[in-house]
Design a protein around this ligand. Structure first.
Ligand SMILES: C[S@@+](CC[C@H](N)C(=O)[O-])C[C@H]1O[C@@H](n2cnc3c(N)ncnc32)[C@H](O)[C@@H]1O
Length: 196
């Protein structure tokens, strides 16, 4: 299972070279991590629908081997923090940061357990297979870890619970926009609106 803390599957290292937003990235992947043979289509849709301000801070929740947080760190020059419960994913994300020359903070965490900072952006391709409760915790904990006017952006398939995730985001943030629909993948975004 890709969301285990310490996967025991025999290693099966692959190297993926991908071009996103005019930037070439190289990723090592392995057995026991999510989407090891190619970048997940939903993650690609999320990457292609974000516009971030240089120098801001970003948290990638459930980073896997790092395709989202590391690409965004490189393309937009944001200060990226990547977390995952899976130790093998964390080791790969660290290697991939070095491989792509991205300075990022990367550590193991069960959702937000080890996260003490606050961020301008939180993004996630959440772990649907870990269950709805985990996905909803990714959403509710994001509110507590965003700076005022920060944004949570997630990708989720309609058939895997986009309507329920949207309802949860509306409940927690008081707002949620569908910023893109592509082949059944929804990009959902909420802002932590703070009155001056
Ligand atoms: C759908 S995958 C996305 C991975 C990566 N962001 C990508 O786009 O390829 C979800 C990730 O969440 C991680 N995950 C599962 N449960 C978690 C938890 N409780 N805390 C943190 N990460 C978790 C999994 O290990 C997996 O890497």
């Amino acid at each position: 299972m890709y969301y285990e803390k310490n996967p025991k599957a025999a290693h099966d290292i692959h190297e993926l070279t991908v071009k996103f937003l005019d930037t070439t990235m190289v990723f090592l992947t392995d057995a026991g991590v999510f989407s090891k043979k190619m970048i997940d289509y939903g993650s690609q849709v999320l990457l292609n629908n974000l516009d971030l301000e240089q120098g801001r801070t970003l948290l990638d929740v459930g980073c896997g081997y790092g395709p989202l947080g590391l690409t965004l760190g490189k393309v937009f020059d944001v200060n990226a923090t990547l977390i995952d419960i899976n130790s093998r994913a964390i080791d790969l994300a660290q290697k991939n940061a070095d491989k792509n020359g991205v300075k990022a903070t990367i550590f193991q965490s069960d959702i937000y357990e080890n996260v003490s900072d606050h961020f301008d952006y939180i993004i996630s391709n959440p772990p649907i297979r870990a269950g709805k409760a985990v996905v909803h915790e990714v959403i509710s904990g994001a509110f507590d870890h965003l700076l005022p006017n920060g944004r949570l952006t997630i990708v989720i398939q309609k058939k895997q619970g986009a309507p329920s995730a949207k309802a949860k985001m509306e409940e927690v943030f008081g707002n949620c926009q569908i910023i893109k629909k592509d082949k059944g993948y929804y990009i959902l975004e909420s802002e932590k609106v703070c009155e001056q």
